[in-house]
Write a protein that binds this ligand. Structure first.
Ligand SMILES: Cc1cc2nc3c(=O)[nH]c(=O)nc-3n(C[C@H](O)[C@H](O)[C@H](O)COP(=O)(O)OP(=O)(O)OC[C@H]3O[C@@H](n4cnc5c(N)ncnc54)[C@H](O)[C@@H]3O)c2cc1C
Length: 375
């Protein structure tokens, strides 16, 4: 098959994990890439995330795993603690980027963002902040995009990487909205206790909690609240409410609870999932990352899927004679893996709501095994 020889101009909407990695992978293949990002230039604030083995493997393909490991906290074990405060299991995850490097890493979101952003810029990607796509028209092999600053771009490829609430999805003609599953998740930045050298999961009577190290000095607490209406709390109420919810957990969670002090470092978000059934592409436009398939956070796999998407997108477009054919091949290669992951994450949410934690853990484990397979 002929490799792609047409115009190599792309507009990506969204400078998150998927947008920045897709931009870097395309720019390295000679594409001129511009990103329209709705947010401000500062890296996003907030909690951290866990880069599991598949995330590190995909980042390693971009040459970025070591920067993430240096900036984050490398780990290999997940300790599961039962509702009585006793260790129930210790899972050792496979080291997908070699025996000498850790199986996964905790990393603060702004730190990951800086690593991805710096590489995209080094590859010549231009990021415009405070900007979004307002309208999309496709004519033959070209996509005309009107931006929110009233300028327009005509490009060979439009990528919607604007997250689970994507508006590019709608502009491309897809009708899909995220699902809410009656769970709210909490995150809080805390000093890392010396014993927290891996992930800890604590099963509680009404929810689950845990701790993920982010650096030598920092970790984040997570807690999942079950059976709650989707709602917002005033900022000042966040830390006191999280401390109250953590009271229900025995053992080490008491120590973690005492570390939750600042409301500014506490966030509470609805658990949303998103699955675009069928094709994710229309003509020369496509959505990827959470805009196409957002799993519940329990599987810690959204970032892996997002980085893999970027790599596979550039690979398939480079391999095919037209962008449209490359996009079809991209979706064919990605759809089943992402669909299984999202559906399994929804099943995990159901098991957690039913307080069947052991079964939920084994499904999380099956997600790790699935994603350990090559993308
Ligand atoms: C609480 C929580 C915890 C999580 N923990 C983990 C974890 O530990 N490990 C893991 O792998 N995954 C985790 N995830 C999932 C992970 O964060 C996502 O799967 C991943 O960030 C998806 O990347 P993305 O680039 O598709 O979307 P996002 O990271 O959401 O990025 C979207 C970008 O688009 C921008 N944007 C939004 N709308 C517009 C618009 N209209 N125009 C222009 N720009 C726009 C946003 O500002 C943002 O920069 C978690 C998710 C949540 C909610």
């Amino acid at each position: 098959m002929d490799g792609y020889r047409g115009a190599r101009t792309a507009l990506i909407v969204g400078a998150g994990v998927a947008g920045l990695t897709a931009a870097t992978a395309l720019a390295r293949d000679g594409w001129q890439v511009e990103i329209a990002e709705a947010g401000p230039p500062e890296a996003p604030a907030g909690w951290g995330l866990c880069l599991t083995g598949p995330s590190l493997r995909a980042l390693d393909e971009l040459g970025l795993a070591d920067s993430c490991l240096v900036a984050g906290y490398g780990m290999t074990t997940i300790t599961q603690v039962d509702a009585g405060g006793k260790p129930a299991d210790e899972v050792r995850l496979p080291r997908l980027i070699g025996a000498r490097r850790p199986a996964m890493a905790g990393i603060a979101r702004p730190v990951l963002h800086r690593v991805l952003y710096a590489e995209a810029e080094r590859c010549g990607v231009v990021v415009r902040h405070g900007m979004t796509a307002a309208a999309v028209d496709q004519e033959g092999e070209q996509v005309r995009v009107r931006l929110s600053d009233r300028t327009a771009r005509t490009v060979a490829l439009l990528v919607g990487a604007d997250g689970i609430r994507s508006t590019t999805r709608g502009l491309l003609g897809f009708e899909a909205t995220p699902d809410y599953h009656g769970q709210m998740v909490w995150r809080a930045l805390v000093p890392r206790p010396a014993w927290a050298t891996g992930i800890h999961h604590f099963a509680g009577k009404a929810g689950t909690a845990g701790l993920v190290p982010l650096s030598d000095g920092q970790a984040y607490v997570f807690l999942t609240e079950n059976g709650v209406e989707r709602s917002a709390l005033p900022d000042a109420a966040l830390a006191p409410r999280l401390r109250q919810l953590l009271e229900a957990f025995p053992g080490r969670v008491e120590e973690i609870r005492s570390l939750v002090s600042e409301s500014e470092s506490v966030v509470r978000r609805p658990v949303l999932t998103m699955l675009l059934e069928g094709a994710w592409n229309r003509g020369n436009g496509v959505v990827l990352g959470d805009a196409a398939h957002g799993p519940a956070p329990q599987t810690a796999s959204g970032a892996a899927l997002a980085v893999e998407d970027g790599l596979v997108l550039a690979e398939e477009i480079g391999r095919h004679g037209s962008v449209g054919a490359g996009l079809k091949a991209f979706v064919r290669r990605r759809a089943q893996r992402c669909r299984t992951l999202v559906r399994t994450s929804v099943a995990i949410v159901g098991l957690e709501q039913a307080r069947r934690h052991q079964e939920a853990y084994s499904l999380v484990d099956s997600c790790h095994r699935l994603l350990a397979e090559p993308a």
